[in-house]
Design a protein around this ligand. Sequence first.
Ligand SMILES: NC(=O)c1ccc[n+]([C@@H]2O[C@H](COP(=O)([O-])OP(=O)(O)OC[C@H]3O[C@@H](n4cnc5c(N)ncnc54)[C@H](O)[C@@H]3O)[C@@H](O)[C@H]2O)c1
Length: 380
Amino acid sequence: MAKKKLNVGMIGYGFMARTHSNAFRKVGNFFDLDYEIVLKAVCGRNEAGVKAFNDKWGYERIESDWRKLVEAKDIDLIDICTPNDLHLEMAVAAAKAGKMIICEKPLARNSAEGEQMVAAVEAAKVPNFVSYNYRRIPAVTLAKKLIDEGRLGKIFHYRAKFLQDWTISADLPVGGTGLWRLDVNAAGSGVTGDLLAHCIDTAIWLNGSIKDVSAMTETFIKERKNTFTGEAQKIGIDDACTFMGHFENGSLATFESTRYARGHKALYTLEINGEKASIMWDLHDLHRLQWFDHKDEGQLRGWRSIHITDGDHPYMKNWWVPGLQIGYEHSFVHQVADFLDGVSKGKLVGPTFRDALETTRVCDAVIESAKSGSWQNVKK
Ligand SMILES: NC(=O)c1ccc[n+]([C@@H]2O[C@H](COP(=O)([O-])OP(=O)(O)OC[C@H]3O[C@@H](n4cnc5c(N)ncnc54)[C@H](O)[C@@H]3O)[C@@H](O)[C@H]2O)c1
């Protein structure tokens, strides 16, 4: 039977536009979908830039105005891969136009924006999804399964960090591709919304809601040259953030993120300690899950390093043969596969906009706590 075509309209042509385009291209080769994905149009303001992108990725046409793309009759799904300050306007317009939406994380710069986005997609009843892709690294998905099966027992600690080192130079300018992250107006916050948001999304998914937080942030470099004007610009983002908190289930949260950890490029790690067992995972070794089970025989008890490549492991039977690992880009393939499976079945698949709003509310509480120097409850 011929598959139904699903026409994608991509906004942006940077880092995430590449990971998503790659996922759209590959997913049908590895997963059974009811849809045939068509890369219909890609939108960018710089004609030469978007053309160079499209020479590699092959969308059928190029648009320069995202509003035109959002309203185009032949587009079914809008994929928002632009800086955070544009998510609200684009998502609300796409929802009003009745499109399915995939939006990059964080949902928005803050929860006030996020709430408007949730209201728009829920009023329009359109499938909506936020790209917290680490949920769909097979080792992390397996961690979820083990926790849900009760194998850790009562959970005491959830520890996560996301460390980078790319902004240490004071000569790095603010603004433009990738560097919009240093501009608080474009990004909303620094490492909190950019990196800790990933850790928070995974944590809520694995261990439930976070109730309250106490945070500290630091801006190490307080002024940078603007990429376009060359003028000095005050820096308002958090370069580093550390917070502690309580989960609703009584376990304790300790989270840290920085772009000033010399030697670390994208070290996302998480560790969960339960009454019966513990789990550790590390993005630099993403195809392994570390597992310690107290019920193992005493003399052989120790940390196991499970190579997540077997057909029994989440998603892996769709890829190669046991022993052969997959990587970062596959998490984006998995999320498209799951999202479209949900669309076929008329079911929302998480993280939805509403799920992602919870993460943004934790980020807001973290920033507020660092400002006030006091504990903050996370808004419900
Ligand atoms: N899931 C993840 O792991 C992950 C990783 C990186 C970035 N992100 C998120 O993805 C989003 C994009 O980040 P990126 O790293 O791809 O940034 P980027 O700077 O590489 O790309 C942003 C793109 O948006 C385009 N753009 C900006 N304004 C536009 C406008 N008005 N109309 C059309 N296009 C416009 C830019 O030209 C560029 O192509 C952000 O929200 C970011 O937080 C998520």
